[in-house]
Design a binder for this molecule. Sequence first.
Ligand code: FUB
Length: 313
Amino acid sequence: MKRTLFAFIVICTTGLCFAQENPFVRHIYTADPSAHVWEDGRLYVYPSHDIDPPKGCDRMDRYHVFSTDDMVNWTDHGEILNSSQVPWGRPEGGFMWAPDCAYRNGTYYFYFPHPSGTEWNKTWKVGIATSKKPASDFEVQGYLNLGEDNFAMIDPCVFVDDDGQAYFYYGGGARCAGARLKDNMVELAEPLTFMEGLKDFHEATWVFKRNGTYYLTYADNNREDGKGANRLNYATSKNPLGPWTYQGIYLEPTGCDTSHGSVVEYKGQWYAFYHNSVLSGRGNLRSICVDKLYFNADGTIQKVVQTGKLYKK
Ligand code: FUB
């Protein structure tokens, strides 16, 4: 009864609102949550969208955006971009993987990995769509020029430092690279360099800053019984481009074929966003979740307690 009440969906003027329960989005499958707090005081989540029935991660072809101002009631702002709207995208569509969003001088920059060719894993690009609004009206502008080697160029992350300098990272195919972005947010200001000091890096880069320390979180390559059981790890540095000091695991496996998350502070509380498989029972039909994240006095991260219906193997 309690669960039914919690899952009750309320129709709001702006869209669908959901009462808090993990997973906090239950009407569609979502993964790879990138969370940001923007100037309007709301927390926005930019996830990717698993399509039912799944075929690996091939059929993921669109993005929705969600927001909240109380971590309890969530608004689905609807679809903001579809692979059919990407002029340079692969003709077959799909493969709209983990995105990120950044804000600068009145414009929202939405970075999304998408292949330009049928041979998807050799033709990745990081597309950019822009809008004057955080959750609608995005228009594809092109893609970042990241050089000739487009293998596994996925999972873009853009971190904007306190001085306004933006940094671009990507992470896939067991390598993680980063570089400063120009003020225009659509060009690198310098060649990409590989991030040093990460242990067993797989993908899912996320960078944030707390008390003058930079944190880089990522998924490792852990596997159990031949299946993905990736964990979220983190490393710290006094420089946004490293070298990094490996610190450990902060999120254990969530029952999915992959793991991917973000860390953000909102109204004085830190949160870990991630995805799990409790709605579908399938590792590639994922659902985004959020739980509180706590730091120790020395700045290390305590293991996140996954609430709600816990994943059981
Ligand atoms: O969702 C598609 C891919 O799976 C992401 O880009 C990876 O991080 C993994 O979560």
